[in-house]
Structure formats: C-alpha cells, structure tokens
Design a protein around this ligand. Structure first.
Ligand code: NAD
Length: 288
C-alpha cells in the first residue's frame, strides 16, 4: 500500500491507515493479534488516541514487529480534559512515552473542547520543535476552524471527521479544500452500519467489480483524496480493506455514490457532550 496524500508542509501521509478504536484488549490477546496481523498485511499508518487506552499496547506491537519506527506513521490525539498550553504538552509527552517513541507523525486535538486555542499553541510549539510532523484537529466544524485560524500562526493541516457515503460532509469539505486542510475520515465504513452495507447502489457497484461493499466504500474515499483509517479485528477484513488498488470507480459510479448523502451522521455530534465544560470537569475526576 503506497498511496499517500501530501500535507501543506510537504509531509506524505499514507492514505490508507488502520484505526484502533475499540479493538478489544484483554488476556485473549485480540488486540495484539489484530495489530500484528495488520502490520503483516502491510498497514503502516496507525490511528490511536489517549482516550482509547491502547497507546501502550500499540507501541509494544510496533516495537515487536522489528520494523523501524520511521517506517510507521503514528497518529495520536489529545483528549478534551488535557486541552490547555501546559496540559497539552504534558499529554503529548505521556502519549509518546506510552507509544514508546520520541516523536509523532501526527497529533490531533480530538474535539473542540474548552481551551482548544491554548492547546493549539502547544501543538504549534511541538511542531516547531520537531516533535510532531503534522498537526491537526478532529471533529472541528467550520466555526471552530475559523476561530482557531484567527488565533493560529500555523493553520491545522488535517481535520479528522466522520465521513461515509451517507454523510459526505460537503460543506465542511469544501471549506477545508479552500484552506488546504486535508480531509481524514473516521468511521469511513460507517462503523459497519447495516444501512450502508445493504445499500443496493453499493451492492451493485461491488458486484460489477467483483469486490465487496467495504472495498467500494474505501475506494470511493481514496478517489476523493480522503485519508481513511478503517478498523477491523477480523483477519479476512483486515486484508480486504487494504486490497483496494486493483480496481477503479468510474465517474458515473462516483456520482451514484455521491447521491447517497443523507446529511445525517451515525455518530456523535461534535458540538455534543464531550465538549460541554461541566461534563469535561466531571471527566477530569474520573480520568487519570
Ligand atoms: P469504521 O467505519 O472503520 O468501521 C469499523 C467497523 O466496520 C468494524 O468494527 C466492523 O464491524 C466493520 N467492518 C470493518 N471492515 C469491514 C469490512 N471489510 N466489511 C464489513 N464490515 C467491516 O469505524 P471506526 O472504527 O469507528 O472508525 C475508524 C477509526 O477512526 C477508529 O478505529 C479510530 O481510530 C478513528 N475514530 C476517530 C474518531 C474521532 O472522534 N476522531 C471517532 C471514531 C473513530
């Protein structure tokens, strides 16, 4: 897998990565097997976050692979309770320690929670010091990006947002394109939602190419220059999700998928509970 997109600072980001949110951790070793399978299959770009609670396990598997750190592209995210100038720098150091690395390829603000502008100043510092190669945000709406850029010296290079054929993010995407902010899709497979996987348009395109619906969805994202980080713990699907470069979607097929947008998200609204100052204060009590 060698497709990449270029961030505004020239850093090449592997376009197809592997998300590790909710990969089961425990004595049965599912997490370890999943990561080692993904590495064996060819994934080198991994997406984690402080709040996923698996940075340490991911760092261990990367080290166990015997492959050089520089051959990986590692992303983590600062959680809402760690936003702030000093807090974000501390959170970064903790994430690096857990991931067993002294730099990150990409570091993102997970949500536009309280003090995200101060957190961004810390991101800029980490970037200037060479500790992070690409800095960006996740779940930022246009209003957040506008506000952030008013106060920023360096504009965010990536925005990681929920995106799939039923929620294509047209308006935000256009804004990001205009400001040269790369689009990264979380939940690129709609988190496995039935309404996508049983969609007749996707099924007929998949049949035509002798591919699966999952592969068609991921190919659609790549054609739109979006970075994708599908997650799976199933070895067959891990392989399937990376095996998407040997077919092309025609303009007509892209248009048919384009028409599937309903404008409805499947998942959390970024303006929701996890940025509410009261909830954030409560979270601080429970998160170490
Ligand atoms: P996803 O769209 O990658 O869907 C994953 C689910 O889809 C799997 O659990 C499985 O049920 C199904 N699936 C995977 N491959 C399949 C295939 N080939 N065929 C059929 N079904 C398949 O959803 P996600 O895991 O939520 O998102 C991907 C990654 O994005 C996460 O692991 C995480 O790293 C990141 N993420 C970020 C945020 C954020 O707020 N920034 C939020 C959610 C996820």
């Amino acid at each position: 897998m060698s497709l990449s997109v270029e961030a505004i600072n020239g850093v090449e980001i592997p376009q197809l990565g592997f998300g590790v949110y909710n990969v089961k951790q425990g004595k049965d070793g599912v997490f370890e097997k999943t990561i080692s399978e993904a590495i064996k299959t060819g994934y080198r770009h991994f997406d984690t976050a402080r709040i996923y609670g698996n940075e340490e396990a991911l760092g261990r598997e990367i080290q166990n692979s015997g492959i050089a750190r520089e051959d990986f592209f590692l992303t983590s995210k600062v959680w809402t309770t760690d936003l702030g100038y000093a807090q974000t720098q501390r959170a970064f150091e903790k994430s690096c320690k857990k991931l067993n690395t002294n730099y990150l390829d990409m570091y993102l603000i997970h949500f536009a929670g309280p003090h995200y502008v101060e957190a961004w100043k810390a991101m800029e510092k980490l970037y200037t010091e060479g500790k992070v190669r690409v800095i960006g945000v996740a779940n930022f709406e246009i209003e957040h990006l506008e506000h952030l850029m008013k106060h920023a010296k360096i504009a965010p290079m990536v925005n990681q947002i929920e995106t799939h054929p039923e929620f294509q993010q047209h308006r935000l995407r256009e804004y990001m394109l205009h400001h040269q902010i790369l689009h990264e899709a979380w939940g690129p497979l709609g988190q496995g939602n039935k309404s996508l996987f049983e969609n007749e348009v996707l099924k007929s395109i998949a049949r035509h190419h002798q591919k699966t619906v999952g592969q068609v969805i991921l190919r659609w994202h790549l054609n739109r220059d979006t970075i994708v980080i599908p997650k799976s713990s199933n070895p067959k699907r891990i392989k399937e999700n990376i095996d998407i470069l040997d077919f092309h979607l025609s303009d007509e097929e892209m248009d048919r998928i384009g028409e599937m947008d309903t404008g409805k998200r499947y998942s959390v609204n970024p303006k929701g509970y996890n940025v509410n100052p009261i909830v954030v204060s409560l979270m601080k009590l429970f998160l170490k």
